[in-house]
Design a protein around this ligand. Structure first.
Ligand code: G3I
Length: 327
């Protein structure tokens, strides 16, 4: 059965990126510079994906390790790889509460100092990659699980307008790049999704430069696709795009035939929701192989969350997605 499916894909010359492109969908994956030396990793990434999101390399602790020093090396390695494979890039994140260096978190800065540091960081990083990064998740996870503004270094010292300041700095650094607010758990209805919608609507009404909202989509096999569709739709109604930015679908480990099938249904449903929406043209998976997924280390008891096995065999989810794209 699987051989038949693989033969059908080969006969169509199929891969995710070409099937996606034919349907107007840019399909990407998070990737890490550390794994590019792995032959199979590098081969599958370049063959299957049209977009690359650096998984950790653009976070402040890596790219801005000291106040007066940037380390562009790891991102540049990914940019070289992407160029060599005719891939675009998504950038994430410019402002987040996690993976920040001690010089920043323990710096005891005044408001005006921190505003200057944030503006300088954004202009430097966005400016440097303006010819290659087409979409930026500018602010990541500013709303907490209860739907309240998250208390972070940025909100405590700068105040709630750090979000608009960051968007304006990014726009000043690159007038053409698409700017997103990015969060998890907003793929389903609830107080968090409502709070993000209110915040983003308000930013839009005030003329802040925001083009869309990133739905991280770290899902389980029980995710509601109807709720996802409704959430995408409410942003269409206010003129904003949605990008699926960090898709994975975790299952309890060890995975079973049934759980992998349920996972495949959710993957297919997410791609279908984006295909069906006029305001969604980007789906990025958060890693493409179970060999290098963040899930087992962060969500005990769960894993097998990606499109490929640890041995780079395409899973039922892969076949479900490419089957959808080719119909
Ligand atoms: O680079 C060091 C390495 O030098 C060290 O030996 C090793 C020891 O643990 O740690 C390495 O750093 C790890 C880093 O990933 C790179 O592998 C960190 O410990 C680890 O915490 C970090 O995890 C990342 C996580 O964000 C941290 O918050 C995951 O890879 C990354 O997938 C995950 O991504 C986030 C998105 O940015 C935002 N949305 C949620 C998503 C999942 O948490």
């Amino acid at each position: 059965m699987r051989l038949v499916a693989i033969a059908a894909i080969l006969a169509l010359g199929g891969c995710l990126r070409s099937a996606g492109t034919q349907r107007g969908l840019a399909i990407g994956s998070a990737a890490s510079a550390a794994y590019l030396g792995e032959a199979q990793y590098s081969e599958v990434l370049g063959r299957e994906f049209a977009l690359l999101t650096p998984e950790n390399e653009l976070k402040w602790d890596t790219i801005h390790p000291a106040r007066d020093r940037y380390d562009f090396g790891p991102v540049d390695a990914l940019v070289r790889y992407a160029r060599a494979h005719s891939m675009g890039l998504r950038g994430v994140p410019l402002v987040w509460h996690a993976q920040n260096p001690a010089w920043l978190t323990e710096g005891q800065f005044t408001r005006s100092e921190l505003v200057g540091i944030l503006d300088g960081h954004i202009r430097t990083v966005v400016g440097r990659y303006s010819s290659v990064i087409g979409q930026w998740d500018v602010v990541n996870e500013a709303i907490d699980d209860a739907g309240e503004p998250r208390s972070t270094l940025w909100s405590r010292i700068i105040g709630p307008d750090y979000i608009e300041l960051a968007l304006r700095s990014a726009r000043a650094a690159d007038p053409d790049v698409k700017l997103f607010y990015n969060d998890y758990g907003i793929e389903r209805s609830g107080p968090k999704a409502d709070a993000v919608f209110r915040m983003v609507s308000d930013l839009r009404q005030r003329g802040a430069p925001i083009d869309g909202v990133g739905f991280q989509a770290h899902l389980t096999a029980q995710a509601s696709l109807a709720e996802l569709q409704a959430q995408i739709d409410r942003y269409r109604a206010i003129g904003l795009d949605v990008a699926v930015t960090e898709l994975d679908v975790r299952v309890p480990v060890p995975a079973t035939i049934a759980s992998l099938q349920a996972q495949a249904d959710v993957y297919r449903g997410v791609f279908k929701a984006c295909l069906d929406a006029t305001n969604c043209d980007t789906v990025v998976v958060w890693g493409f192989t179970d060999r290098h997924s963040w899930i087992p280390a962060f969500v005990p008891g769960y894993g097998a969350a990606t499109l490929y096995t640890e041995d780079y065999e395409p899973k039922p989810a892969y076949h479900a997605v490419i089957g959808l794209l080719q119909t």
